[in-house]
Design a protein around this ligand. Structure first.
Ligand SMILES: Cc1cc2nc3c(=O)[nH]c(=O)nc-3n(C[C@H](O)[C@H](O)[C@H](O)COP(=O)(O)O)c2cc1C
Length: 135
């Protein structure tokens, strides 16, 4: 992946729409497939109710992807928590890392999430680190 062009990193949170046809594995499969094709990296966390996702890559690709995600009826109440220009990818080796609480505890990912929200409002930061800790 080339990082010569300006890169942007977007962090949002949303709430799952309770629905019989929401398949997390299909969300993840299309995310991985599309993101690899669009030069986007990032991570997706799900705690049973809310999604927390980081998208990073070329600005046009990230905005187009987020526009698509934002229209997805499988979730609602999307809130963009941070959108910033980055010099280097922070999730460069992940097409879409994913935690749903079923795997072993990954303290490195937890530390990364804490660092990512270090500049957020204290209430928000507490919510997000709790999110990461509890999945
Ligand atoms: C919580 C959530 C996260 C998603 N993340 C991505 C993503 O990172 N990349 C992506 O292309 N689509 C993502 N999607 C799916 C898109 O909303 C959309 O369904 C998909 O991009 C359509 O492309 P497809 O027809 O190739 O599946 C996500 C959907 C949800 C509900």
């Amino acid at each position: 992946m080339s990082d010569k062009n300006p890169l942007v990193q977007l962090l949002y949170i949303s709430t799952i729409t309770p629905s019989a046809d929401t398949s997390l594995s299909s969300i993840l499969a299309s995310a991985r497939r599309n993101n690899q094709a669009n030069d986007i990296t990032g991570m997706l966390m799900f705690n049973g109710k809310r999604f927390l996702q980081v998208l990073e890559g070329p600005v046009e690709a990230v905005e187009a992807t987020y526009d698509r995600i934002n229209l997805d009826p499988r979730h609602r109440a999307q809130v963009v928590l941070a959108r910033r220009t980055i010099a280097h990818r922070e999730f460069g080796d992940w097409s879409m890392a994913y935690r749903d609480g079923t795997g072993p505890t990954d303290s490195a990912l937890y530390e990364t999430i804490c660092a990512k929200v270090a500049d957020a409002h204290p209430n928000l930061r507490a919510e997000l680190t709790a999110f990461a800790r509890n999945i």
